[in-house]
Write a protein that binds this ligand. Structure first.
Ligand code: 0HH
Length: 208
């Protein structure tokens, strides 16, 4: 019997930070692929989601939706939500910025890849420069003094941008070191060696 059931598309997408958090804390979960085909998603699953979208997590008799709210729920549950109002504000603030970037990235990937990719890549430094500045000035190993839900989300975002534009982090030494530090955590490393991770595409349409 697993602790969580994860209803999502078979992609990294908005699920990967949640999977990383579970891997890091050693939680057990079962994945349910809600889209073995588009028809199955539309006919069997979409109407079961409170907002018509996935991911959804079942935990006991609770059905949890909205990826960032799920991350915060798990952050509170596993003491991965910083220490005190200022650290928590920083985690929330960067999570909002990650969300802004992720939404723009998804629009480009799903609706404007061929015409929009080059322009999007040009905008990456503007998106990441403030994050570099914040992480450097806060001087922690992670966003806070210890790892938090927000770190899995930011790390995943950096990761998918390195795939989109290899080397794009190199101009940001703090972000480069931070990205490597999160990925070097033993449970994260082991997770990334798993078949589940290695065979999972980043996006549903195969673009990356
Ligand atoms: N604010 C929500 C959250 O953070 C947004 C969730 C969301 O956008 O949880 N969910 C998307 C899938 S994430 C969704 O449910 C991206 C994976 C892309 C899969 C595209 C599949 C298309 C299949 C027809 N999208 C499906 C939908 O809205 O019907």
């Amino acid at each position: 019997m697993t602790e969580y059931t994860f209803y999502y598309f078979p992609v990294r997408g908005r699920g990967e930070a949640i999977r990383m958090l579970w891997a890091d804390v050693g939680a057990s979960y079962e994945e349910i692929n809600v889209a073995p085909s588009v028809e199955v998603w539309q006919q069997q699953w979409k109407h079961k989601m409170p907002f018509g979208q996935a991911p959804m997590v079942k935990h006991g008799d609770q059905e949890l939706v909205q990826s960032n709210a799920i991350l915060r729920y798990l952050g509170r549950k596993y003491d991965l939500y910083g220490d005190g109002p200022l650290e928590q504000y920083r985690m929330d603030m960067l999570t909002d910025h990650v969300e802004d970037i992720r939404s723009e990235y998804s629009r480009m990937i799903y609706h404007n890849y061929d015409n929009g990719k080059d322009e999007y890549i040009k905008s990456i430094p503007t998106k990441f420069a403030p994050v570099e500045k914040f992480l450097k000035s806060w001087g922690n190993e992670y966003i806070g003094k210890k790892i938090s839900f927000a770190d899995y989300n930011l790390c995943d975002l950096l990761d998918i941008h390195e795939v989109l534009s290899p080397g794009c982090l190199a101009q940001f030494p703090s972000l480069t070191a931070y990205h490597a530090r999160v990925l070097a955590r033993p449970h994260i490393q082991a997770y990334r060696k798993s078949e589940g991770f290695k065979t999972r595409p980043i996006n549903f349409n195969g673009k990356q």
